[in-house]
Structures are given as C-alpha cells and as structure tokens.
Design a protein around this ligand. Structure first.
Ligand SMILES: [Zn+2]
Length: 399
C-alpha cells in the first residue's frame, strides 16, 4: 500500500450534546439525547484539507479513497472499495433552456458501482466496520442503501442482513439478495422497518450498522463537496439541489464544504464561498419542509409516494438538515408525485438521463426555486443524480 497507517486522529461525539463515544464498539445513538454521533478530527493541523487529493493514491484508488487524508480510517488495508467516487459533472443545456438557466449541471452519482450515491457512504462505513473487527452487520433501507450495503459487505467478506419495506421495488430487492445478503421484507412504515432492524440486531447480538445514523456514512458523502471544489475551481457554485430523505448527502456536502473552507481560511488562502443547499421532499412525506415552514408535521401524515428514497417520516438527522439550510441560506420545497413523474420523463427525453423518481424530485423542486426567483438565470447550479432509473420502474409505462 502506498500510504501508511494513521494514529488516533478523530473521535465520535453526539451531534447534539457533544458527549464522547467509544467508536471501537461501533456506532449507536447517544444514551442521553438519542441523537446520532458525528466525527470530529482531533488533529486538524495534521490533516491537509486544502490538498485533499493524494496523488500517491489516485492510481491505486482513483475515486473517493484518493482523499485518504480526510477520511476516518487508520489502516489502509481495511479499505473496502469498488472504485466509487470521481463521478462526472455534465451540463444540462436542454433542461436549462426550458427553465431559463444558463449554467445547470448534473453530477452523475448514479455512476457509482451499485447505481446510487450511497456507495460513497457505504465504502467508508464498512471499511470502518472492518477496522473495528465487526463481521455480522444489520442495515435497513428503502432499497439503494441496502443494495450498496450488500455489495460492499460481499466485497469485504462481511455477513449482511438487510431489512427493507415489503413494497420496495423488485429490482432493488433482487439486487440486495443477489449479492448474497439476507433480505427481510417488513410491513409498516419506513420507520417500522428501521425499528425491526434494530430489534433484530439486539436480539441476535449483531451490530446495527445503519446509514441513517452512521457518522462514517456522512464522511463518505462529504467527498462530493471535495470533488465539486476541484471541479468548479475558482468559480463558486451558487446552488445545489438535493432530494432529502435521511439527508445524508446534503449533510455530508455541508461538512465537506466546511472542512475545505475552514482549512483554507486557516491557511489565509483564497476564501471559499458556500453554495446554497436546498432540500426537496415529496408531498407524501415532508417532515423537513414542514419544520422549515413552521407547519404541523406528524408521521401519521405519511402517504404513499413514488419517490421511495425520500419517504422517511422521522429522519434521525433531520435537525442537522435544517441547520444546513439555515447555515447556507438554502431552502426546502415539497413536490407532487405528478411533477416527479413529469421530470423523470423530461430528463430521459431531453437529456438522455434515466433517473429514479427520487432523483427526479430534485428537478421538480428546482423548477419551483426558479419560479420563485430563489435561483436566477446565470447562477451556477449543480444537481446530484442520486440513483439510476432501472432501480425503480414500477410507476413507468412502457408506452
Ligand atoms: Zn447526546
């Protein structure tokens, strides 16, 4: 291996009260406030966040792990990788013309190894699990995170049990089981599925390794921000639009941008400007949008919606998403299934992008943000395409 082991350089702390956690025993919610933990780097001066792409690693791991210096792993031999990260940004001129935007781009996260952005989080989460000697893991997922989890568990020779909603798309269910994971279709709400996974892990002495609460998952998704800083160069990105369920991508990007900004300011180099980060949810399930607008929200309001990836009624990191929106002067909007379907078709017919409904939701939200003049004609706007279209086709007509 081309890089050497790092000694203790980070800690796990509760994201609300700051109490320290023993990360060698895995990840759990804070015993006091039930909030998920975050990773805090204890030696920021030794981590060069401003020179984040390690040329020594770029050939060995061309994508995400070339950012080894800013990721929470001690021993490079524990890396479980399938070459994730390093996804391209492509211009959306046709859609941009329709919306009146001159500088609209898509970051193609569906080109990650299992077809969604989740691979960024999973590679870090399961590499850390391997480092801690954990071998039997339990996850819950609407589909994409479960597929990613099953794939990387196979790669790392770990036993995986994945709880999914009983109505999860067949393609996602098939993908999870084909990697060799044990799949447990579960009835009830998305939150009921998570609780079943927690109970199963506790009853069987297994480790609940949920992307919903894992800080390692967030450390993986933050690499999108690092890549975008390299991509945009000196020109600041004005807006990013995210479909938000648990919020791991928008929270991760926020962390990545902050780390780069803090390190550059520390070095008294060129200041870094944040993009405004916007969250899009579905009318069928919009806890973040409700909170942002100050309207009533109760999990009993969740109804059936076609965008399975954002049907999360009680996101454990919801308070962090709201903080991101506030810190970046972003916003939160809610969209209908009808508009999601329209945009899914438009993206395919106008740009050649076959995306799943959750990804299309971001564009339905973008349309609203343009209409209310939150986003202007010349603004540099980037939308991550979070998941590939063939993963969820049950609402599509062959036509
Ligand atoms: Zn706490």
């Amino acid at each position: 291996m081309v890089v050497s082991r790092k000694e203790k350089f980070y800690s796990l702390q509760c994201s609300q009260c700051g109490i320290l956690q023993d990360h060698s025993k895995g990840v759990s919610l804070c015993v006091d406030c039930k909030a998920p933990p975050d990773i805090f780097y204890s030696k920021p001066a030794s981590l060069d966040f401003s020179q984040f792409r390690d040329v020594r690693l770029a050939n060995y791991f061309p994508g995400l792990w070339s950012m080894w210096d800013v990721l929470p792993l001690h021993d490079p031999s524990n890396i479980v990788s399938l070459g994730e990260g390093g996804t391209p940004c492509v211009p959306l001129k046709n859609i941009g013309n329709k919306l009146g935007l001159k500088d609209l781009w898509a970051k193609l996260e569906y080109l990650n190894p299992t077809g969604s952005f989740k691979d960024r989080g999973t590679t870090v989460m399961l590499s850390a699990a391997k480092e801690f000697g954990l071998t039997r893991l339990v996850e819950d997922s609407s589909g994409n995170a479960g597929s990613s989890f099953a794939s990387y568990a196979s790669r790392g020779q770990l036993d995986a049990s994945v709880f999914i909603p009983e109505h999860a798309p067949n393609a996602k269910r098939l993908q999870i089981s084909f990697y060799g994971a044990d799949v447990y279709p579960t009835s009830g709400t998305r939150d009921d599925v998570a609780q079943s996974a927690v109970d199963y892990a506790a009853e069987n002495g297994l480790y609940y390794s949920s992307h919903n609460i894992s800080p390692y998952f967030i450390e993986g998704t933050k690499t999108v921000a690092y890549e975008l800083m390299l991509w945009s160069g000196n020109r600041p990105i004005d807006h990013m639009i995210f479909p938000v369920g648990n919020g791991s991508l928008i929270i991760g990007c926020w962390k990545g941008f902050k780390e780069v900004k803090e390190s550059r300011n520390y070095d008294d180099a060129q200041p870094v400007t944040f993009p405004k980060l916007h969250a899009v949810q579905s009318h069928a399930c919009n806890p973040i949008v409700s909170c942002w607008r100050g309207t009533q929200w109760d999990v009993s309001q969740v109804s059936n919606g076609i965008a399975g990836g954002i049907m999360v009624g009680t996101p454990p990191r919801g308070f962090q998403v709201l903080q991101v929106l506030e810190d970046t002067s972003g916003s939160a909007v809610s969209v209908s299934d009808g508009d999601i379907g329209t945009w899914q078709k438009l993206l395919a017919e106008e740009e050649g992008l076959f995306v799943e409904p959750t990804s299309a939701a971001a564009f339905a939200g973008l349309e609203l943000l343009v209409a209310d003049r939150t986003i202007s004609k010349g603004d540099l706007t980037v939308v991550p395409i979070t998941g590939f279209g063939l993963k969820d086709t049950k609402n599509l007509d062959v036509g």
